[in-house]
Ligand binder design. Structure first.
Ligand SMILES: *[C@@H]1O[C@H](CO)[C@@H](O)[C@H](O)[C@H]1NC(C)=O
Length: 117
């Protein structure tokens, strides 16, 4: 198993094993959705195409982030995933826009999720 498989496995692990729950959204679905994009998130390439499995995961993530509180929870999940897995930060920040999705915030490792509108 190469690096790519390992990285995907690690992202899946947090998706399925994460038990930290705060607020109404669980982080494990967020981790599972992000894991669909793990190739791009780890290497910054290739960029996901509209309608690809990765973008479909972003559409699902966007629909989870329907209210301000939900967006904050999704934000917290993304920040904690980034802290754990140290993906390509610019790839994380660009990912939703590449799929035509606007989450209401730009995911960055040091983002203050309380400031999410
Ligand atoms: C992160 O991704 C960008 C493209 O989105 C790429 O240019 C850059 O080289 C990547 N950085 C690392 C450390 O892989």
């Amino acid at each position: 198993m190469g690096c790519k498989g390992l990285a995907i496995g690690m992202l899946l692990l947090i998706g399925y094993c994460s038990t930290v729950v705060s607020g109404s959204i669980e982080c494990s679905p967020v981790g599972s959705l992000m894991a669909v994009c793990s190739g791009f998130l780890n290497f910054g390439a290739p960029e996901p195409m509209l309608g690809s499995p990765c973008c479909k995961a972003m559409y699902s993530l966007n629909s989870m982030a329907a209210t301000t509180n939900d967006r904050k929870e999704v934000c917290r999940c993304l920040v904690s995933l980034m802290a754990t897995y140290n993906p390509n930060a610019s790839a994380v920040a660009r990912l939703p826009a590449l799929c035509g999705v606007y989450l209401g915030f730009s995911a960055q490792p040091n983002l203050d999720c309380n400031s999410v509108p």
